[in-house]
Design a protein around this ligand. Structure first.
Ligand SMILES: [Zn+2]
Length: 491
């Protein structure tokens, strides 16, 4: 008998404090497709859907039923109309498909919608009401804001184990394997401990520091009989919602062992939490540190507060202004989201000199545009494929890109906000980042996966921006008043 398994993705990380919203065009810019197109787009990619597809295709008695993928780059909260359209589209597809035997759903877990604090819960409830009592397995980003009531809606919950997130594919595989077990009669208990912690993500990498310690401990516990998967959540602190923050989810078969693992990891999380708080150099301090380190492999100044994958606009100007003023040689800045400047450069053509008002258009409170005279070096359509471990082989579309030079400093302009997470973003237009002395990147942690082999020192900069490391800068209204670190007197 053929078993029909639905696969779908709904993915957004929403920032409550930026003035821009996420609407249908932002989903269309990144990933919005249904049916067979979904399989064609994600097959052979190192993503959750790539993992789902590969595992399910190993079974001759399984038919993949591709439903809907709606994914947008992290940004402002999702409009009510965009959410309703996507939800309606997904529910309609499920109604048309009728008898599914199981469902694999890739969620981010940190979406906020206008007037809807927990859209993913609503989405799951409505899906469950249509598909009935079939096994559902969901995957989550490490930066998901999840509350205990989710546990009633899924039969297993599997999150990333790495940050940078280079195990999206493996997470998809684990989820698909969980579904296969459920289909053959296995029953999992899914338990969660929600913590009143809202750690900033700057020091949350899994190769070092507090999240590394948590992951190592979770791997030891996960190897025990009775535990299928342990998911450690850091949460997403820029979403001003009641369910914000850290948590631990354990999926397994032995309740006693699950409870012990939860207790163990809760204690460790509380022990290491202060290590998530780090102080970063100001723009001027960071540049002066970088100048002293120049000479070997490229030094990176990471403009973490404007990282697009943390909802930055990719056009703040505080750090770029200082670097342009100093006219640092062999320096590359990118990518700067600036449609107006791209249009001017395209009109003028390659080889022309243009006057530009660079950046500073989306969030002027984080720095005004910079007046520059630039040489237009190269123009592209902005399409490239990731070559590094982060979302390998996934097609990226910058919606046009222009390589300009402002005196000695090179800048990559891009037509949609995108973190500089893969060197192909620069190489596709003819820029080789590994030969520069200084890289000024709109990026935070994910870029390390592909850039660490080609760069030297990495300095995180405390410039102005929507993804500031300092959570006290944001006017929270909905997060619990007692949540750490906002409850710290000295924070
Ligand atoms: Zn994440």
């Amino acid at each position: 008998m053929v078993r029909r398994i639905g696969i779908a993705m709904f993915y957004h990380e929403s920032h409550s404090f930026v003035p821009y919203k996420t609407d249908i065009p932002q989903f269309e810019n990144y990933g919005y497709c249904e049916g067979e197109k979904l399989v064609n787009e994600f097959r052979n990619t190192k993503t959750e859907l790539g993992g789902f597809i590969d595992v399910l295709e190993r079974y001759h008695d399984i038919e993949i039923v591709p439903l809907l993928c709606a994914a947008a780059i992290p940004s402002g909260i999702v409009t009510a109309s965009a959410y309703s359209r996507i939800e309606h589209q997904m529910l309609t597809l499920l109604q048309q498909e009728k008898a599914l035997d199981g469902l694999l759903l890739a969620l981010h877990g940190a979406m906020v919608v206008e007037e809807l604090q927990d859209p993913e819960e609503q989405y799951m409830i409505k899906i469950r009401s249509i598909v009935g009592n079939i096994p559902i397995v969901i995957t989550l980003d490490m930066h998901a804001n999840i509350k205990e009531s989710y546990l009633d809606l899924a039969n297993a919950i599997i999150g990333y184990k790495t940050y940078p997130h280079i195990d999206m594919y493996e997470t998809g595989e684990t989820a698909a394997n969980a579904l296969i077990e459920l289909l053959s009669g296995q029953q999992f208990k899914v338990k969660m401990k929600k913590l009143s912690l809202m750690p900033p993500s700057i020091n949350m990498r899994t190769s070092e520091g507090p999240m590394h310690k948590l992951m190592e401990e979770s791997k030891v516990l996960e190897s025990k009989e009775g535990i299928f998967n342990i998911t450690i959540l850091g949460g997403f602190p820029y979403a001003d919602v009641a369910q914000v923050g850290a948590g631990i989810i354990v999926t397994g078969t032995d309740e006693e062992i699950i409870n012990k693992a939860l207790e163990n990891l809760t204690n460790l999380y509380m022990e290491v939490k202060e290590e998530f708080l780090v102080t970063l150099p100001t723009t001027k301090e960071a540049i002066s540190q970088a100048l002293q380190l120049l000479g070997g492999k490229p030094v990176v100044l990471a403009d973490i507060s404007d990282n697009p994958l943390s909802c930055g606009s990719a056009d703040t100007t505080e750090l770029m202004r200082e670097v342009l003023t100093l006219n640092i040689k062999d320096c590359l800045i990118g990518g700067i989201y600036d449609v107006e400047s791209i249009e001017k450069c395209k009109e003028a053509g390659i080889g022309s000199k243009v006057q530009l008002q660079l950046g500073g258009k989306i969030n002027p409170q984080y720095g005004h545009p910079i007046e520059v005279t630039a040489d237009v070096i190269a123009i592209s359509d902005g399409v490239f494929y990731n070559s590094g471990p982060f979302q390998k082989n996934y097609r990226m579309d910058l919606k046009n890109a222009v390589h300009i030079k402002c005196e000695d400093v090179e800048v990559l302009l891009i037509g949609t906000p995108m973190s500089a997470n893969d060197p192909e973003m620069f190489r596709h237009i003819g820029i080789e980042p590994s030969v520069k002395k200084l890289l000024v990147l709109k990026a935070k942690n994910h870029f390390r996966a592909a850039f660490e082999p080609i760069v030297g020192d990495i300095i995180y900069v405390d410039a102005l921006g929507a993804a500031s490391n300092y959570l006290r800068n944001f006017p929270y209204q909905n997060v619990p008043a007692s949540i750490w670190p906002l409850n710290k007197e000295d924070y």
